[in-house]
Design a protein around this ligand. Structure first.
Ligand code: ZN
Length: 247
């Protein structure tokens, strides 16, 4: 209800408008409610059934704490560890991605795996991202998606790095020959804490690259990248799927 009051506030000087805007707003609210939100309208006694358990975000905020494997969730002095947890030196960690559940009665703590939560990046995941910067020893990548986990927003998406030692199965003379800013890359996650990626495998590497001269998309010409516009050639650590759009 707070949202209705807030939205009507701007029309406070003209009572007629308030009514109209409230009516409009109620229609909007109704639509929202039909989508499964909680309903509070007093003038409508028959409330639609609330699929509250299926609606994400309806649980009180303080009770839902999403964690990743290895996240510290408590100490064995505070809680007794249950499912989805392990203890190391008195600290309790999550073994699974999920929601922390604390039972205040027996002071137990567990992690409930939640498949409905947005995907977390995990070691071994193949990710798609864009190169944002290339330095002497690392290429920085902004992760945009995880293979097989849909187009959903990623919880722990962050900047990742491909170290010069993880580029390919051969000597890398200059990282600038392997990646360039704006390149779209496919890489595998090898380290979560430092968000390190590798492109060593054949199918990993640059998926799409742009001409450093005219910005056109480079075409794969027998392992070399060629600009169809200005004919400049460039090198990259390309994926065997370069140009296919296949992730
Ligand atoms: Zn060009």
């Amino acid at each position: 209800m707070t949202s209705r009051r807030k939205l009507g506030k701007s029309d406070a000087k003209e009572p007629k408008d308030i009514k109209e805007s409230e009516l409009e707003l109620e229609e909007e609210i109704e639509e929202i409610e039909e989508a499964g939100e909680e309903t509070e309208k007093p003038e409508e006694p028959e409330q639609p059934e609330q699929p509250s358990e299926e609606t994400p975000g309806e649980e009180p905020e303080e009770k839902t704490r999403a964690v990743l494997p290895g996240d510290l969730i408590g100490t064995s002095e505070e809680y007794s560890p249950r499912n989805g947890t392990y203890v190391d030196k008195g600290n309790i960690y999550a073994t699974a991605s999920g929601i922390v559940k604390i039972n205040t009665k027996d002071r137990s703590i567990s992690v409930i795996p939640v498949t409905n939560t947005p995907p977390h990046i995990q070691v071994g995941d193949i990710v798609i991202g864009q190169v944002t910067d290339v330095k002497d020893s690392v290429a920085l990548v902004e992760i945009a998606g995880i293979k097989g986990k849909g187009e959903r927003e990623i919880v722990n998406a962050d900047q990742a790095a491909i170290h010069v030692s993880n580029v390919k199965d051969a000597y890398v003379k200059e990282l600038y020959y392997e990646f360039a800013p704006f390149d779209i890359v496919k890489a595998r996650v090898i380290d979560l804490r430092n968000m390190r990626l590798t492109t060593v495998d054949k199918e990993l590497g640059v998926m799409k690259a742009y001409c450093g001269n005219c910005r056109a998309v480079l075409k794969n010409d027998n392992g070399k990248l060629k600009c169809p516009k200005c004919e400049r050639t460039e090198t990259r650590k390309i994926s065997s799927d370069y140009g296919t759009g296949i992730v």
